[in-house]
Design a protein around this ligand. Sequence first.
Ligand SMILES: Cc1cc2nc3c(=O)[nH]c(=O)nc-3n(C[C@H](O)[C@H](O)[C@H](O)COP(=O)(O)OP(=O)(O)OC[C@H]3O[C@@H](n4cnc5c(N)ncnc54)[C@H](O)[C@@H]3O)c2cc1C
Length: 304
Amino acid sequence: MNPELPAGIEKNFPLARLTTVRTGGPADFFARPETQDHLVELLAWAKEFGTTVGVIGSGSNLLVADDGFRGLAMKLGGALTAVERDGSHLLCGGGARLPSAAGKTPTWGLSGLEFGINIPGTVGGAVRMNANAYGGQLAEVLEWVEVSTATGTERRTPDAFNFVYRNSNLTEGEIVSRASFALTPGDPEEIKATLASMRDRRRDAQPSGIKTFGSTFKNPDDPRAEGRSAGQLLEAAGCRGLEVGGARFSEKHANFVENMGEATTADVLALMAEGRRRVKEKFGVELEPEVQVLGDVAVPGWQS
Ligand SMILES: Cc1cc2nc3c(=O)[nH]c(=O)nc-3n(C[C@H](O)[C@H](O)[C@H](O)COP(=O)(O)OP(=O)(O)OC[C@H]3O[C@@H](n4cnc5c(N)ncnc54)[C@H](O)[C@@H]3O)c2cc1C
């Protein structure tokens, strides 16, 4: 390991507060690149010295190991969080928050990104996860994505990402630093009304104000589920409100794990394992985690 760290890298940086579930330990190294050039420099440094890299968006679908991350964790800042309009195109930094980007569209009379209002992640996290809500399709409005690696930044079209349900082919060290959405001119009042009704629907369906990473498991593609969602299976298997240590499956939405205050990542994993075990026992369905991990984290019984 190079003893001379590049400018801007901090050591032993706590990550729990950068995630919405607020668990997990520190990263050995941490940086907040604010430009594509700085990001590429950091990636090159990590590659040269054999350091693993991880990127955190809003941490809204992320579980960090209790003993932390032995590598360089990065959170995009500065210009990499910008949201700008260019005609009917929306140019966003990879670290721009999707709800803020969607929230700006009525003022500009641009339609197509309304579904992003309820996805509490960043543009980069949304591309990585192929995020979706209420039938909006990320790939339908995504025009291009700039991906930064240790060797530079290149522009890719959406078909290069092999999007499937909650996944893309982005690998470690490939960071979404910028993206463009091609939107359609629309009536600002109508766009505003759609955003408001989406927020209302969400408020009715999901708990708010809790520490969670949203859906814990993907909805299964298994005939034994008989079309039921992961949340419905967990509920039918008696998991609603189930607690392990400081973690519990939400009373309002059984597929949401909630940190009740002092949960550790180990508590969350033990709860997930128990949820999977119950659903497997009752329905024969193997639930697959949706939540992503940073550090040495494994859901007991799950082999990815
Ligand atoms: C209350 C709540 C509701 C939610 N509702 C939805 C929903 O309706 N639909 C939905 O799809 N998801 C939903 N989610 C999950 C989550 O918001 C999405 O998966 C989101 O896309 C994650 O983005 P993020 O920036 O928070 O990524 P993080 O959680 O920080 O990271 C997730 C993964 O993306 C990677 N990543 C992050 N940024 C980048 C980048 N710039 N380049 C490359 N990789 C990156 C990380 O390394 C990690 O592997 C919800 C979560 C919560 C807490």
